[in-house]
Ligand binder design. Structure first.
Ligand code: GTP
Length: 164
């Protein structure tokens, strides 16, 4: 599945569920997290509520970037990480690729410092759209919507033949 659309800032975004589709290594991550049957987000002081994420440091594996960012921004310890997709953000003079992961978080460690964020925020359910001003612009384009659709497919128990 691949879709191209504009984000709230007018940048062109291409989202795909195919790994390596952009012929360019992802240097950023967005991590959709579940903890205790809830969605785990972080609160950025300027942007608002968003799933944790950030930039790759040095030569770390992109999966390690995802785990590190979840811990830094929420205190969450990731027990399972699944690839969901990748998206390209095309700015005027450059473009970059972000990997989207789905993370199961085992434990939330209480920390004094969550780096640039205000720490973890747990939501029982997610709204049908993220247009509210409490949500970050990162949540407002089709990336999160399409990723959540993929996650729903993964989370739904496999139906047996003949079951409706
Ligand atoms: P630093 O993190 O300090 O480098 O700040 P920055 O905002 O310049 O970082 P970054 O290179 O991550 O982002 C540059 C621009 O890309 C942002 O201002 C956004 O317009 C856009 N951008 C970054 N991440 C996303 C994303 O996940 N979704 C969308 N739609 N745009 C993004």
């Amino acid at each position: 599945m691949q879709e191209t659309f504009k984000d709230v800032n007018g940048n062109v975004i291409t989202f795909t569920t195919k790994k390596g589709a952009f012929f360019k290594e992802p240097q950023h991550v967005l991590v959709i997290c579940r903890y205790n049957d809830q969605w785990l987000l972080t609160k950025h002081p300027q942007r608002g509520l968003e799933f944790p994420g950030g930039k790759r440091e040095g030569k770390e594996r992109i999966q390690d970037t995802a785990k590190r960012e979840v811990f830094e921004e929420t205190g969450g310890i990731v027990s399972k990480l699944r690839f969901i997709g990748e998206y390209e953000v095309k700015l005027e003079t450059e473009s970059f690729i972000k990997s989207v992961f789905f993370a199961s978080v085992d434990r939330l460690e209480d920390k004094k410092d969550y780096l640039e964020t205000e720490g973890p925020v747990l939501l029982q359910s997610l709204p049908s759209d993220f247009s509210g001003k409490e949500f970050s612009f990162i949540m407002k384009d089709r990336v999160v919507e399409l990723s959540l659709k993929e996650i729903k497919n993964i989370m739904e128990p496999v139906k047996k033949v003949g079951e409706s």
